[in-house]
Structure formats: C-alpha cells, structure tokens
Design a protein around this ligand. Structure first.
Ligand code: PEP
Ligand code: MG
Length: 592
C-alpha cells in the first residue's frame, strides 16, 4: 500500500531508493539462555562479530578520501580503539561464560554498566566518550542482529547456516532514516554514498540540514513519529523540497518523480550556461557572489561554479569526529589548501563556532553541560574562554594571510568588547609571529558576523570596529524570534520574512554602508533564490551561498533591476498584514 509521510523539506532534490534504518544502538536486545554445551559457540559468534566490526571500521578508514582524513580519520581511530578495548573485546565474553547468556545480552549489560559509570562521573569529556561507546556497541549489535544465531539453530537441532557476509557499506545507495543525525554523522555519510536522509527530529536550518544541502543530499527532517512506519528495505521516494516521503510508491508515482529528476537536471544544465556571465544586474550593479564552504569537497564545488571567493569558511568542521582538536600546524595547512585552491580570490575564514548543535570532543574536557547551549558558551564566547585553543587558530589564520587574500570573521559577537578582545589577541599573535620571523599580512581585514539581535541593533558600533560585516541569518532569525533552529516543533515560526528580521537586516546593511564598509550575507537566506530580489532591494551587494545554490541565485540577480526592486521592497517593509507582505514578495519575484 502506498502512503506518504510529511515532514519539513530541508534539502531539495528527489531520491528514489530503499530505506536503511539507523537505530543508533537502540536495537531491541532480547535475553535468552545458552545451553552450557553451546557457550563456546556463542563466545565465538560474539568474537566474530567484534572482528567483523573492526574489519568494517578498517575498510571505512581505507576508503576515506584524503580530504576527509582530518575530519573523520581520528574519529574512526577512536572507534577502532573502543572495539579493541577489554570493555568490548573481553568483558562480554566473560559474561557469556558466567551467565550462560546470549552475546547480544552480554554486550548490552556491558554497555549499560559503562554508560552508568560515565553518567556517574558527570564529566562532559567522558560523556562524549560515552557516545563513542554507543557507536562502537551499536556497530557490534547490528552485526549480531544480522547474523543467524548458531545457538538458536542448535536448539532447533539443525546445522547453523553460513553467516551472511557483513555488509560494509550498509547505507550505500540507500535512504538513511534515523531519529536524529548530528553534523558529524552527516559528514561520515557523505563517503558512504547515501542517497538521501530522513529524520524524526531537527529543523531545516540546523547544521545537519545545511550540510545535507552542501552535500546535495535530498533531506526531510521533523517527521515526528513517521519512522515507526518505515522498515529496512522499504522502497521510498524522498521529495526534499516539499518534505514528503512516499512509501511503497506505485509505478505512476515513480515515473512522475523520475521525470521531476530529469527536469531538475535540465535546470542545472541551463544554469551552467551562466558560469561565465558577469554577476551584474539589468541596471548595471555588480553583485558579489561568494561561496560558503565547510568540507574539503566544497572548495572544488566553489571553484567549479566560479564563485567570487569564499564568503564563509566554517572552520569548526575540521574539529569534528576526532578525539583531539587540530593544532596550529594542521589548521594552517588546511587553510592554506583553501587559499591556494581559490587562486587569489578572497577567502573569509570564520573563527571557531563551536557549541550549541556543534559539539566536539576534547575542547573543554570536564566542562558541565549547559542547560541552553544555544545561549551559552558558543563561538567567540568559547574562544575567548579558551585562549590556548583560540590562539592556535588565530596564529594559523594570521600565517595563512601571507599566502592570499585572507579575511577573518568573528561569529556570534553580541557586544563590541568581544570584537576588541579578538583584535587584541590577534595583535598578540602577530607580535609573536613577527618575533619568530614568520610572515603574515598585517592588513588582513577582520569583520564581524551579525547574527545576534544585540549586534544587529547596534550594527553602527560594530561597523566602526570592523573592516566588513556579514549577516548570519540562520542565527539572527533564531535569536530574534526566540526559536531554536534545530527544534522542528517551533519551525513554523522560522521565517526570514518576519518583519523584525527584515528590519534588522535592513538596519545592518544601512549601518555598514554608512560606515563605508562592505556588508555581506552568509546565512541560508542569501542562498534561497526566493529572497534574492528582496535582498537586492534592501541594498545587499554581497551574497555568500552554498556552491550548489550559487547559479540559481545568479540567475535571479542577472535578471533583476535593482532600481525597480528598491521601490517595491519599501512597500514590503511598510506592509502591516502578513498576507499583504507575502503578496508583495510574490509580486517582487515576478521577473522584471
Ligand atoms: C548563520 O548563523 O547564519 C551562519 C551563517 O552561521 P552558522 O549557520 O554556521 O551558525
Ligand atoms: Mg551562525
């Protein structure tokens, strides 16, 4: 029977394929007793599962593309260590022998004991280790579940059938369906050849959703209890634009969505013709169109679409999926690779924006968990609290500024003092480098991201202390409307057209221009072509967008007449009623 599940479209595109359910070690584990004569067979079964898990992890490591090594390699190593540790390799074996229980149950008991121990210690660093335990245990449980139990076969008096080969690329070519995925999970998925993903929780502006768009993976989030209706291997169609998952689709539906896939491919082909077209509006305004990058592969995508530069380099992704943060040298080489690849075009390196939904291991071991992480020690706040960590990054950025047109951008500033502190730490780093005889560009522009309402309201103050401003609408919307961007329950309020948001955006653009500095926008609003004309009419001249949205936005820009848009946008800004504002935006989006 065909039926549809509805969530929030988080990354457009259509995928047709089979479901791969990820149950994050929540596999239901049954307990049963193993006859004494079969205990050693059960032990052997367990040990084979652990060996298979290690083999899976080793193969993942071998197949890891070089550019992902810094992001993922250390994470994989931690998993391998976990699988070799006595807690997984030895203790469950002893439990099987002592309790005459099945392998799954022995592993579950060990996992429960480990998790209880971690929770008792109440240490954030160890809690992160607990997640590693969950991942490693989940992998072994998954393999055990896939095996045909020799013990059950024995009780039925039959020969144990051969174990199925372990599927090392379980998600390849499939639609991953999970309760939730972290940005780190999503990074790992990209090299597993996943077709699309569907999650129960999460908002369309979470970092996980942003990554999905950057990876061109169709994604639907916030499906609520939809996952219970899906089974591993079900045929589904994922419509990432409309947030629909069609389960067991019939032939006509498949034909329809295949024709939509062809249509999307044709649109891409048409847009590729714009590659060499200058990004100039019909009335002659040159608009800057830069790229947002977070993963190594985005750089190639950015150059392929002829981006004017990198307007946002999210450096924190280099810190994910590893036990220790990268040091100055590793960061310098990573930044240098981006600067070299951009071949003289500007590269805006954003200082670390860790915290909230981007939690990583090893940065603040022992720190208590915040009750409201989005309002807590995030981004520049965390950097200023951890000067050792921050200085390594500032030195790496300063050093790389000697090799290209590097700009540095500070996220989440709420008070000007934070910006001034960053300036002073950067100055210290430059003095150290000068003493060491290391080259840097003393005139590297330093800008502020405007993504907290306090900064937007006082944009003139920030403008006076910055070389440029960049509006981060993802957070600006979150903090202005007081809605957690990863919470699908309040996603209905997440509206870039909210008048409060539009007034703040307009104010920031004006403040920057009055101070004579460039103002860019690098939040997702900049890459959504439904808002391009509105932003042009508000006076925005620099957009930084995901590489795969760049040509779509360019298509709108080169067909827009800014002079006419300005007048219409004034009407949008004056509209009292939501319906009339929407109607005016629709009017605005009619081609000139
Ligand atoms: C933003 O908040 O708009 C932004 C670009 O930063 P991030 O999405 O990484 O928080
Ligand atoms: Mg932000």
């Amino acid at each position: 029977m065909t039926f549809s599940l509805h969530g929030i479209g988080a990354s457009k595109g259509i995928a047709i394929g089979q479901v791969s359910l990820v149950e994050r070690s929540q596999l239901e584990v049954r307990e049963y007793t193993v006859a004494p004569a079969w205990v050693e067979a059960e032990v052997a079964r367990y040990q084979r599962a652990v060996d298979d898990a290690k083999e899976q992890v080793r193969r993942l490591r071998q197949r890891l593309p070089r550019h992902l090594f810094s992001q993922v390699g250390a994470f994989i190593d931690v998993h391998l260590l976990m699988l070799e540790d006595d807690a997984i390799a030895g203790a469950p074996v002893r439990r099987i022998r002592e309790r005459f229980c099945n392998a799954e149950w022995a592993l579950k008991l060990e996992r429960d004991a480990l998790v209880a121990a971690f929770e008792a210690i109440d240490d954030a660093y160890l809690r992160a280790r607990r997640d590693d335990v969950e991942h490693a245990v989940g992998r072994v449980q998954q393999i055990l579940a896939e095996q045909v139990s020799a013990q059950i076969s024995n009780t039925e008096g039959t020969q144990a059938p051969p174990r199925p080969a372990v599927d090392t690329a379980r998600h390849a070519g499939r639609v991953v369906c999970a309760d939730d995925l972290t940005p780190a999970d999503t990074v790992l998925m990209q090299y597993q050849g996943v077709l699309a993903f569907v999650t129960e929780y999460g908002g369309p502006n979470s970092h996980t959703a942003i990554l999905a768009r950057s990876l061109r993976l169709p994604a639907v989030v916030g499906l609520h209890s939809g996952l219970q209706y899906l089974r591993d291997g079900d045929e589904v169609i994922v419509d990432g634009r409309h947030g629909v998952v069609l389960v067991a689709p019939g032939g006509r539906a498949i034909d329809y969505y295949r024709s939509r896939q062809d249509q999307i491919a044709r649109h891409h082909a048409v847009r590729r013709k714009l590659l060499r077209t200058p990004c100039v509006t019909l009335d002659g305004e040159r608009i800057g169109l830069q790229a947002n990058v977070e993963l190594g592969k985005d750089i190639a995508d950015a150059t392929q679409v002829n981006a004017d530069g990198v307007g946002l380099y999210r450096t924190e992704f280099m810190f994910m999926n590893r036990a220790e943060p990268p040091g100055e040298a590793e960061q310098f080489h990573a930044y240098r690779a981006v600067v070299d690849a951009m071949n003289g075009a500007p590269v805006t390196i954003r200082t670390l924006d860790l915290g909230a939904d981007k939690q990583v291991d090893g940065v603040r071991p022992g720190a208590p968990e915040a009750a409201n992480p989005a309002l807590g020690l995030r981004a520049v706040r965390l950097c200023l609290r951890e000067p050792g960590l921050f200085k390594a990054q500032l030195r790496a950025i300063a050093r790389v500024s000697a090799y290209g047109r590097v700009r540095m951008m500070v996220p989440m500033v709420a008070v000007v003092e934070e910006l001034l502190q960053v300036h002073s730490m950067l100055q210290q780093c430059r003095e150290e480098l000068a003493t060491e005889g290391v080259a840097f560009d003393a005139n590297m522009p330093v800008g502020a991201m405007i993504e907290v309402p306090a900064a937007a309201i006082c944009a003139d103050l920030f403008a006076r202390n910055s070389d440029f401003l960049s509006i981060g609408t993802n957070d600006l919307i979150q903090y202005t409307i007081a809605i957690d961007r990863i919470d699908d329950e309040v996603n209905y309020l997440y509206d870039p057209l909210n008048p409060a948001v539009l007034r703040l955006v307009q104010g920031v653009i004006k403040a920057g221009h009055s101070a004579g500095i460039p103002v860019a926008m690098c939040g997702e609003m900049a890459g959504d072509s439904r808002y391009t004309r509105l932003l042009l009419g508000l006076g925005l001249k620099e957009f930084s967008v995901q590489p795969n949205a760049l040509l779509e936005v360019k298509q709108v820009i080169v067909n827009a007449h800014v002079g006419r848009l300005r007048k219409l946008v004034q009407r949008v800004m004056r509209a009292h009623k939501p319906a009339s504002r929407k109607a005016l935006v629709a009017q605005l989006n009619q081609p000139a």
